[in-house]
Design a protein around this ligand. Structure first.
Ligand SMILES: [Zn+2]
Length: 190
């Protein structure tokens, strides 16, 4: 081989070595990119878990049932059935009274303040009625928004916010209605 051949061989060796090290460093880069993606996936999952836990913590507690109370109307008209709800923090709310597969909106303020009982009308009660027609109340709850008369708080889980109270609730509660008929006074005919 002459000098020119040796130079060509040397150049080839350098090129092969460069290719070899490039391959190693590309593999290392890929490995560290995969590791970074794995870690950021774990981190994203941890944050999602935290948001979900916070979402659960902020949920209104389920009252078990709405204990309905029958009240005489003041003017001798039909009786009326009322329920009541108390929430542990301020929420926006919308409530529906469900009879089989149809519902009516119940009259509650848009914003419920914490720890105050809110009474709402469930249904009129004709003289021959013995038990409520309304079977359950479905509550849609949202965190309050800036315009509300409260210190707004938020839940950043991505579920609907209360700006538009026609949307799905951030939390939905289905609460059955229970009703105890008044005791009939025992009459002694003896
Ligand atoms: Zn949430």
């Amino acid at each position: 081989m002459d000098a020119g051949d040796w130079i060509a061989v040397a150049a080839l060796v350098v090129a092969l070595a460069a290719g070899y090290f490039a391959a190693i460093s590309a593999r290392a880069a890929r490995r560290s990119a995969n590791e970074a993606a794995r870690l950021s996936g774990i981190e994203a999952e941890r944050r999602r878990d935290e948001r979900e836990e916070r979402h659960e913590r902020l949920a209104p507690s389920h009252p078990g049932s709405i204990v309905a109370v029958l009240e005489e109307s003041a003017v001798g008209g039909p009786k009326n059935l009322f329920g009541s709800i108390t929430v542990p923090r301020d929420y926006r709310v919308q409530a529906e009274g469900w009879v089989r597969d149809s519902y009516t909106l119940l009259s509650l303020p848009l914003l419920l303040h914490a720890n105050r009982p809110y009474r709402f009308h469930i249904e009129h009660w004709p003289p021959d009625r013995e038990e409520p027609q309304t079977q359950e109340v479905r509550f849609h709850f949202w965190p309050p928004v800036d315009v509300d008369d409260t210190d707004p708080w938020t839940c950043s889980c991505g579920r609907p916010t209360g700006e538009n109270a026609d949307s799905f609730g951030h939390w939905e509660l289905r609460v059955p209605i229970t009703y105890e008929p008044p005791m009939t006074p025992w009459i002694d005919y003896a």
